[in-house]
Structure formats: C-alpha cells, structure tokens
Design a protein around this ligand. Structure first.
Ligand SMILES: Nc1ncnc2c1ncn2[C@@H]1O[C@H](COP(=O)(O)OP(=O)(O)OP(=O)(O)O)[C@@H](O)[C@H]1O
Ligand SMILES: [Mg+2]
Length: 406
C-alpha cells in the first residue's frame, strides 16, 4: 500500500489530497482540503510566510481528517517565465554495430542534460520523446537494438531557479519535505488523459485563476509547454468593471449567468442583470464581455504555439479543456470554433474517495500529481523500464531527475 500527499498550489486555491493506492493499484482519496492561496500572485511568490501558512493549514487539515502524519508532498507549480524546448543529441556507440545498453542511453541523456543546463533556470522535466538509431527515426526504446550511433530528442521544461528555490522554501517552512515537483500542465495529463488521447496530437488547456497553462502534445509526447498570464480572475474583473460591481458579485454573476459564447444567450432577451451600481445589462451584453476575454486567452495560446514554429493543423486529437475556467458555459463551443478542432472536457478518471466532487476539473492537477508519482519509491529503486511509452519514459525521467538531486 502506498500513500502520497499532493499539493496543487494554484493562484486561486490550494488543494491538498491524501491518496492511497490499494493492492490492486486503485487510487483512493483518504482526505482532502482546500484553502484560498495567500502570498502567490500569477505564479510569483509575493509573500513566502503567507504562502507557507496556506500550505501548512491545508496539510494539517488532511492530517486531522485522516489521522495520518504527512512529512513529504508532491507539488505542482506554474510560472509565467516557464521555458520549454526540445533538444536533440547523439552519441557514437561503436564503429561496427553493437547492442545498445542502459549505459549508452545514460551517456546520451547526460549529454542532453549538459546542453539543457542554464545558469538562471532549473530543469523540472526531461521527457524523452523519441530516439534515432543510425538513420532510423521514431525508435521508442533503443535498448537491445543494434546500431553505431544513437540520437535522442528530449522535451525539457525549466523554471527560474530563484522561483523553484523559494517555492521549495515555502514548502519546507511549512514543515514539509518536497518529494517531487511537476508543471501543472504535465500533472493534468495523468488524471485526465491516456497515451491514446495524445497520439495524434492534442492541445491541453488548463484555465485557472490567473494563469492559463497549456501543453501541446505532438506524436504522442509533450512538445511545447506554455503559460499565459491571464485566467478566470481577468474574466471576473471585466464583468465587475462592466457591471460596476465588486469582484465577489461579479464572480457569482459570471458563474451563474455568464457564457463564453454570445450566441448561446440569444433566446434570453427578457433577462437583465443589475449590478450594485449599473443596471439593466442583458445576458447578451454580459457574454460579450466574457467572450472577448476568453478569445484573448485562446489567442495568446495560439500565438505562443505559432511563435515556436508549431502548427495547430498537426493536432488531430483536438483540444482538452480543464481548470475551474473550463466550467464556464459555452467555453467548449467557443474553443471548438476558435481552433476549428473538436474540444472536450475530460474529468479526472479512476479515482475513488470522499465525494463526487473529485470528478471536477478543479481537482485535475492534484489527482494528476498522485497518479504521476505513483510507485515513486519503487521507481527509484527499479532499473529503467524497457517499455518505451511516454508514461514510462516520463516516470524514468522523473526518477533520474530526483536521483540527481537527492
Ligand atoms: N462554474 C464556473 N464558471 C466559470 N468560471 C468558473 C466556474 N467555477 C470556477 N470558475 C473559475 O475558475 C477559476 C479557478 O480555477 P482553478 O481552481 O483551476 O484555479 P487555480 O488552480 O487556483 O489557479 P491557477 O491555475 O491560475 O494557478 C476562477 O477564476 C473561477 O472563477
Ligand atoms: Mg491550477
């Protein structure tokens, strides 16, 4: 039986889940807690003490609920300065064909590691995408094959060193050990998607409180990770400004009456909303305000993808939306039109526990962390897997990364 504690440190709320895997490998949530996040502003720590106390309170609550002491946590992070890149490197194996072993693979990954190093950035993910053996591309696992030259392409995700340092410090100050860190976008993959979903290319968007994270998967593996500095709070602020009301009322109005697609409000001519100051705003007017902002967020994502030289035509699997913002009425339809791609709203899968509330996009990152770091202790002792799937490769890359660090 394995127990793990995940902290999804969102800009709006921090979620803490204590999960347990039973002998069949099923994930049960033993305890959960939620707090408004203090001391974090659009992915930047503005007050470490307040952030630490948010984290501590969350963990104390799951400890109280479960009667289980938590010493270490797996955490998600996102930062507007996050960088992602794909690096290719080669190593010579031998002049005549020889069987590739783990040592050759490690030598190659070490070379990539050296190239990925950055004075101001810390690598948080190194995900092998594919290998080329001599002239043969698309090799999923080269170990055991024969060749003279091995190349690999690896997806690297980095965050500013100073951010990771202070983020870990906030967690340590809360009396907790950091057992693993993941970019929220990558963590989401684990709770929401399967390898088959990303095989033909997929864009995963997490519309959160004040950041929108995205991961572009091409040919079955992550190819670009990005962070847009806009989120649900910006929609709420626009609504507040338009209605002349406060954020609290605007948030309620957004959730209860808002739509990301003006067209969906066309039959509700009779309904008007009154703010504390400005009166008589129709649902159509409200949705217009929301649609403009949501489109801006989607435009920023599209721009980020195009600037890096990728084309959304390569994304045959469509768009998956998650995060609290994905609950906005009409957002799926708007996204479908905007990207001209089928869009769906996956919910966390294969998780059991306290309430139906878990099957909610707001839980996707925390559940993803529990899934991503499953078998973490075993993985650290195991030999690298011979299975070449993206999931296994990522697990191995996590293993290597944390071994380097510990
Ligand atoms: N029913 C709903 N309709 C519209 N928006 C919603 C709804 N429910 C939640 N939201 C929005 O979702 C946002 C919070 O999403 P989420 O909990 O995923 O953010 P977070 O993880 O705390 O923040 P971030 O991802 O930016 O770090 C808020 O802006 C909230 O208004
Ligand atoms: Mg989030």
């Amino acid at each position: 039986m394995e127990r793990l504690c995940a902290l999804d440190v969102g800009n709006g709320e921090t979620l803490c889940l204590l999960g347990e895997y039973d002998e069949r490998g099923e994930l049960y949530i033993l305890a959960q807690s939620k707090r408004k996040t203090q001391g974090l502003n659009r992915g930047v720590i503005s007050d470490i003490e307040r952030l630490s106390s948010t984290l501590r309170e969350c963990v104390l609550e799951v400890e109280r609920m479960s009667g289980i002491k938590v010493d270490g946590v797996f955490v998600s992070l996102s930062n507007p300065k996050l960088k992602s890149e794909n690096l290719k490197e080669s190593v010579l194996i031998s002049t005549t064909p020889k069987v590739i072993d783990e040592g050759d693979l490690n030598r190659l990954l070490e070379k990539i590691n050296l190239r990925a190093r950055d004075d101001e950035y810390e690598i948080i993910h190194k995900i092998p995408k594919s290998y080329t053996l001599d002239n043969q591309e698309g090799v999923k696992n080269p170990v055991g094959l024969m060749g003279t030259k091995l190349s690999a392409e690896v997806h690297i995700v980095k965050v500013p060193k100073v951010h990771l340092l202070n983020f870990k410090r906030a967690i340590n100050n809360a009396g907790l050990e950091v057992l693993g860190v993941a970019f929220s976008g990558i963590a989401n993959f684990y709770s929401l998607l399967k390898y088959e979903d990303v095989e033909d290319g997929l864009l995963l968007i997490d519309l959160g409180h004040s950041l929108t994270n995205f991961v572009l998967f091409l040919e079955g593996s992550p190819t670009l990770c990005g962070v847009v500095q806009l989120g649900g709070i910006d929609i709420t602020k626009d609504v507040a400004h338009y209605l002349g009301t406060d954020l609290e009322e605007a948030e309620k109005i957004k959730k209860n009456y808002g739509s990301a697609l003006v067209e969906l409000t066309k039959n509700s001519e009779g309904t008007t909303l009154s703010g504390k100051r400005r009166k008589n705003v129709s649902l159509e007017e409200l949705s217009n305000v929301i649609q403009v902002r949501v489109e801006e967020i989607l435009e920023e994502i599209a721009k980020g993808i195009q600037e890096k030289g990728y084309d959304l035509d390569q994304v045959k699997g469509g768009v998956a939306l998650t995060g609290g913002g994905s609950k906005l009425r009409g957002i799926r339809e708007l996204c479908e039109r905007f990207f001209n791609l089928p869009t769906f709203l996956p919910l966390p899968r294969e998780v059991y526990g306290l309430s139906e509330e878990l099957k909610n996009p707001e839980f996707s990152t925390a559940i993803g962390l529990l899934k991503m770091f499953k078998n973490f202790k075993n993985v650290r002792k195991e030999k690298p897997s011979k299975n070449g799937s993206f999931l296994k490769k990522l697990l191995n890359s996590i293993k290597r990364m944390w071994e380097e660090e510990l």
